[in-house]
Design a protein around this ligand. Structure first.
Ligand code: ASP
Length: 333
């Protein structure tokens, strides 16, 4: 072998050169060295309007992650096009660990309805799953139907004389509406918003008739009877809203829907940085403040092993396959 002819000095010089090359490679390829990261505040994009349910989850988690990271994690709302505007912004951001996105099920569903916008399977590094949140079917205070059964009959009779608010194509509220329509034959006029935060304001003002939204945006308004609630999209009732029947009890078992959330970083974010963010997420999901707030709003934090890159990637991949089938009719429209 050529190497055997080098002698000790030659081998030593080769080893030194190798070490130098490794060091300079690491200086280039591991620029945001895990030792110094994070050295400034981090932006967490929420692809829906402020004051809505995803925004609420993000702000609670961002605060706790910031406590763990020793830097502020600042939520920035980049809403529109069913969340794809924010997802695109996150995908195109510098992959330096200082821009993240927290999105829900819409990361899997919206790109199906906006083909060519963002490919969630190739645009991101995965930080981890966050929480599962049930939805509620709700209406403005004086909307005529009082039970889910009455709502089904009423919407069937009224056709397009009634309105359904959602956060745009591919969002959780849109999917819930699609499932409701396919189960009941309802054909309300859809009123799209940049998020269900502003949709809730119009529901409270009785400008739209009904919608389906996460408990993280409806619990307080249901409890204070400012809006009507017909059902929660779970198999069983939930402790925070014990008076509200489950969709199964109320006769729409096929409308069971749980909204999962995940945190992503732009593709190319260094593995050490992504791992640091995963560990901050895992700490956040054990934080007392987070657990209490989640409990009040019926958000179920994921287990430690689910708050991981592998679990989020697996969830996203299987959900894209699942919803492509369900949304096939919507794609054809
Ligand atoms: N709840 C909304 C949705 O329908 C999004 C949001 O405003 O958080 O997906």
């Amino acid at each position: 072998m050529i190497i055997s002819g080098l002698g000790k000095a030659g081998l030593r010089s080769m080893a030194n050169k190798g070490a130098c090359t490794l060091m300079s490679l690491c200086l280039l390829a591991c620029p945001v060295a895990a030792q110094t990261y994070p050295s400034r505040s981090i932006t967490m994009i929420v692809p829906y309007a402020a004051g809505g349910p995803t925004d609420t989850v993000a702000r609670v988690v961002a605060d706790a992650m910031g406590r763990d990271l020793g830097q502020r994690v600042i939520v920035e709302n980049a809403a529109g096009a069913g969340g794809t505007i924010g997802s695109l912004r996150a995908a195109k951001a510098e992959p330096n660990g200082y821009t993240l996105i927290l999105n829900h099920i819409g990361m899997a569903t919206a790109p199906i309805l906006y083909p060519g916008s963002v490919d969630p399977l190739t645009s991101f590094e995965y930080i981890g799953l966050v929480a599962d949140v049930p939805m509620t079917i709700v209406a403005r205070r004086s909307f005529q139907p009082n039970t889910l059964k009455e709502l089904i009959d009423y919407t069937a009779k009224q056709g397009n004389k009634i309105t359904y608010a959602n956060a745009g194509a591919g969002t959780a509220s849109h999917i819930c509406g699609v499932l409701f329509a396919s189960e009941t034959g309802a054909q309300p006029v859809t009123v799209p918003y940049k998020g269900t935060g502003p949709a809730m304001i119009d529901l409270l003002g009785e400008q739209v008739d009904f919608m389906c939204d996460q408990t993280t945006n409806t619990t307080n308004q249901i409890k204070s009877r400012e809006i009507k609630a017909y059902a929660v999209t779970t198999a069983q009732r939930i402790p925070a809203l014990v008076d509200i029947p489950s969709v199964k009890e109320a006769g729409l078992g096929n409308l069971e829907l749980s909204i999962w959330h995940g945190i992503y970083a732009p593709k190319g974010t260094a593995a050490e940085v992504a791992a640091r963010l995963t560990s901050a997420l895992q700490s956040a999901l054990k934080d007392e403040v987070v657990l209490e707030r989640f409990n009040q709003l019926s958000a179920l934090p994921v287990s430690n092993d689910q708050a991981s890159a592998a679990a989020l990637k697996a969830k996203l991949t299987s959900e894209i396959t699942r919803w492509k089938k369900v949304l096939a009719a919507e794609i054809a429209k």
